[in-house]
Design a protein around this ligand. Structure first.
Ligand code: ATP
Length: 613
């Protein structure tokens, strides 16, 4: 345990804490290898921290200035820090740089230089004829407030301002303080104190035992701001913490899923019946709506509003509630076919500049799967079925912001079929969710109320296939007036028919798109060709004639396509997942020379060996 220092006590009276107390605490933490000792050190620190700076102490100890979701970046470029240190010490940047090269840690460089020279501030102030000891002391408030000013400085002249603010702190720093100050600023404090340890320590320091940990953790889950939680605890006690509720605009820690790979086990765990849902391959979003103001948070609680103005508009327009917090997955959509695209395509949207262009090139849909709060009422403790019903109630039906596709399932066979259907439509697998009465929204926890069932794609379709164009879908947007996607089929020699395996909309250049109607229209017919077997209704049908070379991510089972229907599994056929035109028109092949159904079955079976479900 850290003893209460005289210094610390003095500061408690003043309502502030010496930064030196914090620096010495950091040093001790670095020296300890036991979690219990770490907790004890934290408890002692919290106990001697005056309540009005407890939040600042907590943030600084976490190596941050504000909770992550506010996105306040603490860093200054290393170059600027070296400049500030050189100025504070009255030495050259070159000198600092040489030492940094030798030691590798600017904090330690500062510590060495300052211990050689003594506290720089004393000399400067002495020369200036003003020695006011009280002013020279570094307090937590002074450090914190200055760092916040540095972090928020922007625009013209901000670099000089940052340097001069840092110089003023360094001039008044003792060697140890300078070391930790620079480490904090460069994001290298890295004390390795987990949130759970902080919660334990807060509980012990302010309530006397770990028993209140759960209550405090719950508050942290709905308001994941450790500084704020500490402040409420220190000023209002546990009763204050109990009153912390979901606040629109502050993200809630997301519920996470466990994972199993056997459908039977999944159903067992979930009590025999579950809500199976498509597991979309996109980015999770927690959308907060407060009147007309929308804020979007990522799975890691970053504010991602800026990247998705279109999602903001959807939430604003289609969520019929004054205030709401809903969760879903943002998925990139092929603008021409409406098909879902893999996560990699969505990542084009995560850019700082050119947001509008990216929005046009990579449109998205949002698939909602949960509801946490509506108009003053928390939904986290209500069962999934109730949350889902309310979600459906407040969502105005539309094509872009939709409820995730789901099905209530009570047997493993249906679960597998649903899984294959999800995969064939571009999903990663399915999420199986408990529909029991205790199926609450478990904030921040990975539990057995949600179980993911997905596939690891160890196999890449390395071989191309030659497929026959049997139908087409009209293009939208950029592809208006031409074809958005083509319905492709494999050949079955034994039955002399063509059976569908995919809709392909990717891989076509503008030139291809212009050329396609010229090539295909001579084969247009007003109905499905008698030799074509398809469950899908195309906009336009063709005589099977034109062969194109196609590559995909892999072959999957699909209830949508007729190739190999019922051969591998009852009720489902085979599909090419994420198909793409390679650019090769196989005019050299007639349709009967296209890849056959049998070949595809063999390809599927050989890949199955390397695919782990
Ligand atoms: P985790 O989020 O469980 O730590 P992870 O980041 O590796 O794991 P996955 O294993 O892909 O992610 O699975 C969980 C993620 O699946 C969720 O965080 C969410 O983004 C996504 N997801 C897609 N569809 C759904 C759905 N219907 N319900 C819940 N989550 C879904």
């Amino acid at each position: 345990m850290v003893e209460d220092k005289k210094l610390g006590k003095d500061n408690m009276e003043k309502g502030d804490l010496e930064y030196l107390v914090l620096a010495e605490f950091y040093q001790k933490i670095e020296e300890t290898s036991s979690r219990i000792a770490m907790t004890d050190l934290l408890v002692a620190l919290f106990k001697q921290t005056p309540s009005n700076v407890i939040d600042k102490v907590v943030y600084l100890t976490q190596g941050k200035l504000r909770p992550d979701y506010e996105g306040v970046e603490l860093g200054i470029a290393e170059r600027l820090m070296m400049r500030a240190l050189a100025l504070a010490l009255g030495t050259s940047v070159k000198n600092i740089e040489n030492e940094l090269k030798r030691i590798g840690d600017l904090g330690q460089v500062a510590q060495i230089f300052i211990s050689k020279r003594g506290r720089v501030g004393s000399i400067i102030d002495f020369l200036g004829g003003e020695i006011k000891d009280a002013q020279r002391k570094l307090t937590v408030s002074r450090i914190y407030d200055t760092l916040l000013r540095i972090a928020r400085a922007s625009g013209e002249g901000s670099q000089d301002l940052k340097v001069s603010l840092l110089v003023s702190l360094l001039r008044d720093s003792s060697p140890l303080e300078a070391k930790y100050l620079l480490r904090t600023i460069s994001g290298k404090l890295r004390l390795g104190i987990a949130d759970m340890t902080l919660l334990d320590a807060l509980s012990i320091a302010f309530t006397g035992s770990k028993n209140a940990r759960d209550v405090i953790e719950r508050a942290y889950n709905v308001h994941p701001d450790m500084g704020y939680i500490a402040k409420v605890l220190a000023t209002e006690g546990l009763d204050g913490v109990k009153k912390i509720r979901i606040t629109v605009g502050i993200p809630v820690l997301p519920m996470l899923a466990e994972r199993l790979s056997k459908p039977e086990e999944i159903l067992d765990k979930l009590g025999g019946t579950c809500m199976a849902e498509y597991k979309y391959d996109g980015e999770r979003v927690q959308a907060h709506k407060a009147n007309q103001k929308i804020v979007l948070f990522s799975r890691r609680l970053e504010n991602i509003t800026h990247h998705y103005p279109d999602v903001m508009d959807l939430v604003k327009k289609y969520i019929r509630a004054r205030e709401a917090i809903v969760e879903g997955e943002i998925v990139a959509i092929d603008p021409d076919t409406g098909d879902m695209l893999p996560f990699q395509d969505l990542m084009h949207r995560r850019r700082k500049y050119g947001v509008k262009e990216a929005m046009e090139m990579y449109p998205v849909n949002v698939y909602l799967f949960d509801l946490l709060y509506v108009d003053g009422e928390e939904y986290i403790d209500k069962p999934l079925i109730v949350r889902r019903k309310k979600l459906e109630e407040i969502l105005e039906p539309n094509n872009k912001l939709r409820i995730a596709t789901y099905k209530i399932i009570d047997n493993s066979k249906d679960l597998v079929v649903f899984f294959e259907q999800a995969v064939s439509e571009g999903c990663e697998g399915i999420m199986c969710k408990s529909i029991q009465s205790n199926a609450i929204y478990q904030m921040g926890a990975r539990g057995w109320l949600w179980i993911k069932y997905k596939r690891d794609y160890r196999y890449e379709m390395t071989d191309t296939v030659d497929l026959v164009v049997v139908g087409a879908f009209h293009g939208k947007g950029r592809r208006a007036g031409t074809y958005g996607a083509l319905l492709m089929a494999a050949y079955s020699p034994s039955e002399d028919v063509f059976k569908t395996v995919c809709k392909v909309g990717s891989g076509f250049t503008d030139e291809d798109l212009k050329k396609l109607p010229e090539i295909l229209d001579p084969y247009k017919i007003p109905h499905k060709h008698p030799r074509v077997i398809s469950k899908l209704e195309a906009d336009v049908w063709f005589v099977p004639a034109v062969v194109l070379e196609i590559i995909g991510a892999e072959l999957t089972l699909s209830p949508l396509h007729t190739c190999a229907l019922g051969i591998i599994e009852e009720g489902v056929g085979l599909a090419v997942r994420f198909p793409r035109f390679t650019g090769r028109y196989r005019f050299d092949k007639n349709p009967e020379q296209a890849t056959t159904e049998k070949e595809l079955i063999e390809m599927y079976r050989s890949q199955k060996k390397t695919t782990v479900v």
